[in-house]
Design a protein around this ligand. Sequence first.
Ligand SMILES: CC(=O)N[C@H]1[C@@H](OP(=O)(O)OP(=O)(O)OC[C@H]2O[C@@H](n3ccc(=O)[nH]c3=O)[C@H](O)[C@@H]2O)O[C@H](CO)[C@@H](O)[C@@H]1O
Ligand SMILES: C=C(OP(=O)(O)O)C(=O)O
Length: 433
Amino acid sequence: MDKIIVNGGQTLNGTVEVEGAKNAALPILAATILASKGKNHLSNVPLLSDIYTMKEVLNYLNVDISFDEKNKEMTLDATSELNEETPFEYMSKMRASIVVMGPLLARNSYAKVALPGGCAIGTRPIDLHLKGFEAMGVEVHIRNGYIEASAEKLKGAHIYLDFPSVGATQNIMMAATLAEGTTTIENVAREPEIVDLANFLNRMGAKVVGAGTESIRIEGVKELTGTDHMIIPDRIESGTFMVAAAVTKGNVLIKNAVSEHNKPLISKLKEMGVMFEEEQEGLRVLGPAQLLPTDVKTMPHPGFPTDMQAQMTIAQLNAKGTSVMRETVFENRFMHMEELRKMNAEFKVDGQSLMISGGTQLQGAEVASSDLRASAALIIAGLVSKGYTRVTNLNHLDRGYYKFHEKLKQLGADIERVSEEVTSKTTDAIVAE
Ligand SMILES: CC(=O)N[C@H]1[C@@H](OP(=O)(O)OP(=O)(O)OC[C@H]2O[C@@H](n3ccc(=O)[nH]c3=O)[C@H](O)[C@@H]2O)O[C@H](CO)[C@@H](O)[C@@H]1O
Ligand SMILES: C=C(OP(=O)(O)O)C(=O)O
């Protein structure tokens, strides 16, 4: 397995460009299934392993795809008859494959999808997705690890979500685009990725209003037609570089960063002493000589994003004094903390809260990432640690960050990625240099 080796202590300086948002691209790729006429052309598609998994799922469903990786553009043709089943092999690779269910139901009134199950960060049930479909007249059966869903014809409904789930909002919204009548979904997720999906659906001819607010209204239409769409920039990748710049006392211009999408993070970093300057090309982040402690609670948007929680704990560990981190979205998202203990991090876990005693010098160690954002957090910890940090299990990192180590290297980090062909003897030689 590949490893990233970081020698801590460098200040990050320069310009970094962020990719299209993984969490916007995945549901938008699934939504291309809805176009029974014309082709969809997507730009700013990030070259991430999750995107390749979604491409495989869509290929399996009989969507014809060409991917111009150099220009990050994808053309998708879903006009042929679609396959209706998504097998376990894809669902086990990536939970987000569940968002093909809404579009398949909308197109064919039938879908058979393997149950996604939980993952490292939590149990992640899909009851809200299924309740939404049932309200639209869909019969749902769970058998032998598969969800089989069918209806005569999907019908508009009034749906209230017990929790503003991102995936449930997306799945129900997509199912409703071709349903008979009007669907209203209340207490929906308001993330920028929901707005991007709604904009894409409307470009295809859907009638979706209210995305970005607490309720969304979808008037069903007869058919949708392929269109052009550019994926929004990745606010979590931007946020990750904001934290990296903040902890290294850096001066980094994040090209394409959309401040509006990162308000809760920017507000917390400002409280810690980080300065921001809006520039024509993006957002400049200036790390202070010493970070101040702060308390953070993760919440659905527009609250502090859970996908920035792990990275933010590194800023808190670097701030002199006590900080608190409360995770309210996922029940098991502190796994990076036990790895950080190996690096001299001082903290206590109290249920869903962390009491972080910041200001102690972190020490390099061999650490393993447990999930996507944990991997980014451990690498950022390596940037401010004394000596060498080796981060393993990079398959998680590759799900959501494109050339992360190269981007950091360009900003001045002393960082290498060594492939599995490189023997541990060579790895030791890099560390000994
Ligand atoms: C591909 C993608 O966009 N992933 C994001 C999406 O995941 P995802 O769409 O899976 O996240 P949700 O918003 O659905 O989940 C939030 C919480 O609701 C619970 N829940 C969800 C659905 C349901 O039917 N029942 C239920 O109980 C989940 O277990 C979790 O505790 O939003 C999360 C919350 O911002 C982010 O961390 C993920 O990066
Ligand atoms: C948790 C994440 O993704 P997913 O929902 O695909 O697991 C993430 O992007 O941080």
